[in-house]
Write a protein that binds this ligand. Structure first.
Ligand code: ATP
Length: 316
């Protein structure tokens, strides 16, 4: 009997992982370890990547998805974070000899500031765990997730949470829920390290220090989330990376202006270039989506939040 390399050796498991947005992103001065300490409020939104895994005799990775996404920017070699996650999990179990065939179906914008790569890594951890029956504890999955990247633990958990440190120290945040966001994508991605460099350069040029209160969680935002006060949340949205991202991509200023003309508040998502509009209802989000499409924004989607973290959608 010949063993074809793509012949599955076990069940096929598909795991879905949500994109994240930041309702608040406060960034402190660069620390000695080369990272910026931050305080952020994460929310998982209804825009998902799916990762499908089955055990195989050799490693393989396919990336598919919406042709409007920049899929060519997603590596298919060992630098892909989902593949790194899978290998790291097997190493944790001392099972480096096993391998998997993996397909990533992307809907989350690439280099869009919505942690698409982190979502893939989180989904890959759970998909490999289930497909290869590794029975990893949740604590170990979370620890491996934090080693892979600062946003990966939140992708596992979903919901709404405060992230501290580099974003990996998570604490659940009470959220009355029922939010709707309009996601305005950009044709071109933005590199997260480049945006952090611009943050440092802008402060150096202006002779200013990052806000010493940046790491304090805004109490008005917490209040708005607990009491489902959409206008309060809308006016509290804040992102310290917005100015540096606009410095690198001045065209986003118009997108933010257009976004600010609908809904209850607009903000850049993470390191950008995706722009978010907070809306009070699905109807308001649909109206905002149509208005933004009419203003020439081509990739605009209405999504609910908060949503669950990674979850198995198929086990065949
Ligand atoms: P973040 O907000 O977490 O900084 P992002 O959402 O801006 O990230 P990603 O889509 O996660 O950006 O990708 C950033 C870069 O990581 C890409 O440009 C790509 O080169 C690399 N990359 C590695 N693995 C993946 C993956 N599975 N999906 C997307 N990009 C990946």
């Amino acid at each position: 009997m010949s063993l074809l390399t793509d012949e599955p050796l076990g069940p096929r498991v598909t795991v879905r992982a949500p994109a994240k947005i930041n309702l608040y992103l406060g960034v402190a001065a660069l620390a000695a370890d080369g990272f910026h300490p931050l305080t952020t409020v994460f929310q998982a939104v209804g825009l998902y990547d799916d990762v499908t895994v089955s055990e195989a005799t050799e490693w393989s990775l396919r990336v598919v998805g919406d042709p409007r996404l920049d899929l060519d920017a997603v590596p298919t070699d060992d630098s892909n974070i989902a593949l790194r996650a899978a290998r790291r999990l097997l190493a944790h179990h001392g099972m480096e000899h096993r391998a998997a065939a993996m397909t990533i179906h992307k809907s989350i914008p690439v280099a869009g500031g919505m942690a698409g790569g982190s979502a893939d890594a989180a989904a890959a951890l759970v998909a490999v765990d289930r497909a290869l029956d590794l029975q990893t504890s949740d604590d170990d999955l979370l620890a491996i997730a934090a080693e892979l990247g600062s946003d990966v633990p939140f992708s596992l958990l979903g919901g709404t949470a405060v992230g501290r440190g580099r974003g990996e120290q998570l604490e659940d945040l009470e959220d009355a829920g029922g939010w709707w966001w309009v996601v305005v994508e950009s044709d071109e991605g933005l590199s997260t390290p480049a945006v952090y460099r611009a943050f440092d350069e802008l402060h150096a040029q202006q002779g200013t220090e990052p806000d010493p209160h940046a790491l304090e969680l805004p109490t008005t935002l917490v209040e708005g989330l607990v009491n489902a006060q959409v206008d309060l949340v809308g006016v509290t949205l804040w992102n310290d990376l917005q100015e540096p991202a606009l410095h690198l991509r001045p065209d986003l200023r118009r997108t933010l202006e257009d976004a600010g003309s609908c809904g209850r508040g607009a903000v850049l998502s993470g390191s950008g270039p995706t722009v978010l509009v907070l809306c009070a209802s699905r109807e308001e989000a649909d109206a905002a989506r149509e208005k933004l499409a009419g203003l020439g924004h081509e990739r605009v989607t209405a999504v609910p939040a908060p949503v669950a973290g990674v979850h198995v959608v198929e086990h065949a």
